[in-house]
Structures are given as C-alpha cells and as structure tokens.
Design a protein around this ligand. Structure first.
Ligand SMILES: Nc1ncnc2c1ncn2[C@@H]1O[C@H](COP(=O)(O)OP(=O)(O)OP(=O)(O)O)[C@@H](O)[C@H]1O
Length: 206
C-alpha cells in the first residue's frame, strides 16, 4: 500500500475579492479511503475541493496531486438541448491519444456498469436526475482512469436512495484503491466515511 497521500495540501489560503474564505487549511487525502468534508454552509468546503482539484488557484499554499483527478461538481450544467447521451459523456473521459477504439469502448461500458448506468446509456444526459448525472460524471472519471475522485455533493436536491447509491459507488472505488473526498451535509455519509474533515469559517476544526 502506498503510504504517500494521493493529495497533500498545506497552508491553503483563499479569498473572493476582499472576503477571506480559507485560512491556512492543511489536508491529506489517503489512497484507499473515503474522506468526508463536512461543515456548515459557507464554511469553504466547495472552495477547498475546487482548489484540491486544481480548478481554482489558492491565494497561497501548496497542493500536490499524485495522480489524475476527477471532479464531480454540484450541479453539472446541461442545457436541455445538448445532444449528448450518457454514453457520450462517459466517452469524453477516454479522449486521449493513448487508447485504441476497442479499449475505449470496453472502458466506457465497464465504467457505465460500475456506476449502474448501463441501462440508461442511450438516454440524453440532460434527462437524468441530479444523482444520475453525478454518477455519469463519476463514470467519466473511471473511464479516464482517474485515481482521485473529488465530489461536491449538493446540500439538497438528492434523495436518500440516490445518496446511498453514490455512497456505495464511492466506497467501491476506494476499495479499489482510489482516493475519494466528498463534500457532504448528510449525517449518514459522514458516519460511513473512513475519515472526516470538518471546516468552520474557513478553518479545519477536525
Ligand atoms: N464566486 C464567489 N464569489 C464571492 N464569494 C463566493 C463565491 N463563491 C463562494 N463564495 C463565498 O465563499 C464562502 C465559502 O463558500 P463555499 O461554497 O466554499 O462554502 P461551502 O462550505 O461549500 O458552502 P455550502 O455548504 O453552502 O455549499 C461563502 O461565504 C460564499 O458566500
């Protein structure tokens, strides 16, 4: 087992204009574990995860990532007219030069099965529920062979069953050795996580 963390962030500071949001946050995400990122609204959880994913640059501090990151955002925007199927969205994860067409195809089908969306593969992506979209993006990351999964779960809008499914899938990816972090407001998800990080007012309190 690799004892170096998948993601190591130190002394992260971030502000939106003049509003400070993170004040010196340290975090390690280990391989093979689900880390829940908890805390009240506005604590800075989404901002932290975006910085860990590399889609936001911290004002100061460092982030080291040992592998490719799949970021599953709160509400993937998808115009109703977007002519993309679920399979297309997952296939985008394979758009690098290193794979043959048949490798691509089998990786996409495997990823769809791992998130339990094989039956919906030909549906238009915008027709999916929030939880299904989340799983489609997770499958895109699986197809991309990302080993680090960062999820920003919405505070509301996902039902209990949908949360439970996502939770089971994240646990399965962690059991395969991936590093997983999930922003969550859900007590069941927090209790089910291997590790819990808690932010309050931009500082780690746990
Ligand atoms: N684009 C933005 N411009 C200005 N301020 C922002 C922006 N996005 C977030 N903020 C502010 O930064 C702070 C942290 O926001 P963030 O979304 O990281 O918190 P959070 O813990 O994820 O909250 P929630 O649980 O409600 O999703 C909040 O005070 C928020 O209002």
């Amino acid at each position: 087992m690799n004892t170096e963390p998948a993601v190591r962030a130190r002394d992260l500071h971030f502000a939106f204009d003049d509003t400070p949001v993170l004040h010196g946050v340290d975090i390690d995400l280990p391989w093979g574990a689900v880390t829940a990122v908890a805390g009240p609204n506005g604590a800075g959880k989404s901002t932290l995860v975006e910085i860990l994913a590399g889609v936001r640059t911290p004002g100061s501090g460092s982030v080291e990532r040992a592998d490719a990151v799949a970021l599953v955002v709160q509400r993937p925007a998808a115009p109703d007219t977007l002519p993309l199927t679920v399979r297309d969205v997952v296939t985008m994860g394979t758009w690098d030069a290193r794979r043959t067409r048949s490798q691509r195809r089998s990786q996409v089908e495997e990823a769809l099965q791992r998130v339990d969306l094989a039956d919906l593969a030909d549906r238009p992506f915008p027709a999916l529920s929030g939880g299904q979209r989340q799983r489609a993006l997770l499958a895109q990351g699986i197809a991309r062979q990302a080993r680090i999964f960062l999820l920003d779960e919405p505070a509301n809008g996902l039902d209990t069953a949908s949360r439970a499914r996502t939770r089971a899938m994240l646990a399965a990816e962690a059991a395969r050795g991936a590093a997983v972090a999930c922003v969550t407001h859900d007590d069941v998800s927090i209790q089910a996580a291997d590790l819990v990080v808690r932010l309050e007012n931009g500082r780690r309190v746990l």
